[in-house]
Ligand binder design. Sequence first.
Ligand code: SF4
Ligand code: SF4
Length: 151
Amino acid sequence: MIDLYKLRNLDECKVEAVYKTSPNDKSFKTIRELATFQFTCRKCDNAPCINACPADALEKDKNGVVVRAVNLCIRCKSCITICPFGTMMDDLFQVKTSDYIYMNLSDDSELEKFAAAYPDDIVTIVDMDEDPGKNIYKLNDKILVKEHIWE
Ligand code: SF4
Ligand code: SF4
């Protein structure tokens, strides 16, 4: 489980979790990006972020969740700047320096190492289901996030 409240207040951690969204997907997305668009984003009807993207890299999926095409994104940050709700964190789409470590959470063996890399119980290994009463939601089969969601 990833506590996005605490993660936002963390000064820096050079370990980033990535995930393949489907077996056919050749790219990895960071967990923070997936969780931000799924839970924090307000899913605007005429989404300013999509309209502002000069590279046509953003679209909504069938559930109305914004998805970024990593191969098209030129990391101009126009979407981050124009979002009226400050949904996206400033470093979300940055190209990270080579001292960053990426952990593939599609791989079970990386889960415990990833949890250990974060301080203050930001990432914990749990055996539970989502619990909306405690702001805990399921991102996918392996990952829960703790977040205030927009409804
Ligand atoms: S503008 Fe912000 S809140 Fe609206 S859809 Fe885009 S990311 Fe979500
Ligand atoms: S950062 Fe990427 S997704 Fe956002 S507006 Fe620029 S090209 Fe589009």
